[in-house]
Design a protein around this ligand. Structure first.
Ligand SMILES: Cc1cc2nc3c(=O)[nH]c(=O)nc-3n(C[C@H](O)[C@H](O)[C@H](O)COP(=O)(O)OP(=O)(O)OC[C@H]3O[C@@H](n4cnc5c(N)ncnc54)[C@H](O)[C@@H]3O)c2cc1C
Length: 460
């Protein structure tokens, strides 16, 4: 950042805070940054922080106000799990993210004590409840398993190990590991933005990128303030696109092929409380068994559409925990991406969620019927899907048909991104800065999400 730019930035800040003057020279100046990151969800925030740590002058642009009301990262709980066996990239992405969050917390505490891993993670056993037809897959994963788990193949074993009433056509295993349980996306985003600002980076909310184009060896962005409607031009040597489901439209001038590679689909989340009178009548041991039953991935219905993920997210004013539930394969097409976030759940979706929640709770054998589950709320959300449901973390292809490390895309995170958030950002930042790590798992993840895979997908 040169001296004029620093001076102009100060003038703009003064102008934004109400001062009535602005130098003409500064009004005409196109703001110049080392790196602009587009999208302040988990992926953009994580990449912006990693780049700022590496000494880059980073501007993060987010079209929403600072209190997010949409985006795939909306919410306070996502399942964070490690179980997966040696060589499993999702397990690696989770464990690497835990290590990166530890560094983030240490960094924040070095400036202002009081931040904790518990602000981001809830440690709770993660339960995998599956139909017996999955037994071979589960047992093959176990052969290379490094994390601690317990496995029940029969109702008797489930009773002894977990004190649960498991049906005979079901198997269940449970993972126990510190920081496996849930991760809080909104808290993590807030901490990443705080750290970014401490590193002299800049976060601008309500700033939507309406156009991204090549400008010689750099990139030019047309940015609109969604509050005032005012537009301005920015320029950056490097750009990260982390726009979630908006990736296709954002990249239409520079990498139009992403529009066909990323397929946004509507999914939904429903929230229930157990009737407070019933919940408060439970013995403490039953409350504990109940909370140990979350988070969970329940595939006791052998069809993909019947499987669901469920976790606890907050509690009602009457002290009942709120159960959140959604189906990874409960997907539908989107007619308007801007309004899908406000689409109400249908009666059928609420009923599917209620029945599934009731089926999961029946493992407790506590006489809770569907009628004891009060629907609290629900909202629509979006998965950004790719053909094989693996994300992309890749440079784009330039006009010469070569990788362009000055424009890195993180996209297609569907329902897997949160637990690995800081590892995706690390890989994106490394790609941009030409950094690398020899660790075979890092290399495996990088290859699974990277440029060669992109080229292979484009040739299909
Ligand atoms: C219902 C649901 C359940 C999930 N469950 C799990 C789980 O249990 N475990 C797990 O690990 N993962 C889970 N995930 C996945 C995880 O939440 C996502 O992978 C992750 O949040 C994606 O983050 P993102 O930054 O790519 O996208 P987003 O959060 O959508 O971020 C993109 C951001 O870019 C902004 N933006 C878009 N266009 C522009 C523009 N032109 N200018 C400026 N800003 C722009 C948007 O406002 C948004 O904030 C789940 C996802 C969903 C939807």
């Amino acid at each position: 950042m040169n001296a004029l730019h620093r001076f102009c930035r100060a003038v703009r800040l003064l102008a934004a805070s109400g001062a009535i003057f602005a130098l003409a020279a500064c009004q005409q100046e196109v703001e110049d940054y080392d790196v602009i990151v587009i999208g302040g969800g988990l992926m953009g925030s994580s990449t912006a922080w990693q780049l700022a740590r590496a000494g880059q002058d980073v501007l993060l642009l987010e079209k929403q106000a600072s209190e997010y009301t949409e985006g795939s990262s909306l919410g306070e709980a996502r399942i964070a799990r490690s179980l997966g066996g040696e060589g499993d990239i999702w397990s690696y992405m989770h464990n690497r993210t835990v290590a990166e969050v530890e560094e983030l917390i240490a960094f924040l505490n070095s400036h202002e004590p009081g931040h904790s891993m518990d602000d981001i993670y809830t440690t709770s056993p993660v339960s995998y409840v599956r139909h017996r037809t999955h037994v071979f897959r589960i047992e093959s994963i176990q052969q290379n398993q490094v994390d601690r788990y317990e496995y029940a193949r029969t109702p008797q074993e489930a009773d002894e190990l977990f004190d649960l009433a498991m049906p005979p056509d079901t198997i269940m295993w449970r993972e126990y590991k510190e920081h496996s349980g849930t991760i809080n996306p909104q808290a993590l985003i807030a901490y990443l933005h705080k750290a970014l600002v401490l590193l002299q980076g800049n976060v601008q909310y309500r700033n939507r990128v309406d156009e991204l184009a090549r400008d010689g060896s750099a990139y030019s962005l047309l940015v609109t303030n969604t509050e005032t409607g005012a537009s301005r031009r920015l320029r950056a040597g490097k750009v990260v696109s982390a726009a979630g489901p908006y990736t296709g439209s954002l990249l239409e001038n520079v990498a139009p092929y992403f529009d066909s590679l990323i397929n946004p689909q509507r999914v939904f989340l429903a929230f229930f409380e157990i009737d407070p009178e019933i919940y408060h009548s439970w013995a403490e041991a039953d409350k504990q068994r109940f909370s140990d039953l979350y988070p969970a991935i329940n595939s006791t219905d052998p069809t993909p559409e019947g499987s669901f993920f469920t976790m606890l997210e907050g509690e009602t004013s009457q002290g009942s925990p709120i159960i959140k539930i959604g189906g990874h394969f409960q997907r539908s097409d989107i007619s308007d991406l801007d309004s899908v976030w406000r689409e109400e759940l249908t009666e059928a979706e609420i009923q599917w969620s209620r029945e599934s929640t009731s089926r999961h709770l029946s493992l407790l054998d506590l006489e809770i019927g569907e009628e004891d589950l009060n629907y609290v709320q629900g909202y629509s959300c979006v998965y950004s899907l790719t053909a094989n449901e693996f994300p992309y973390v890749t440079p784009v292809r330039n006009d010469l048909g070569e990788p362009d490390p000055n424009l890195v895309v993180i996209a297609g995170l569907s329902g897997v991104g949160a637990k690995g958030a800081l590892a995706y950002g690390l890989i994106a930042s490394d790609l941009m800065l030409g950094e690398d790590e020899p660790d075979p798992m890092y290399q495996k993840a990088k290859a699974a999400f990277g440029y060669d895979r992109l080229m292979s997908d484009l040739s299909q």
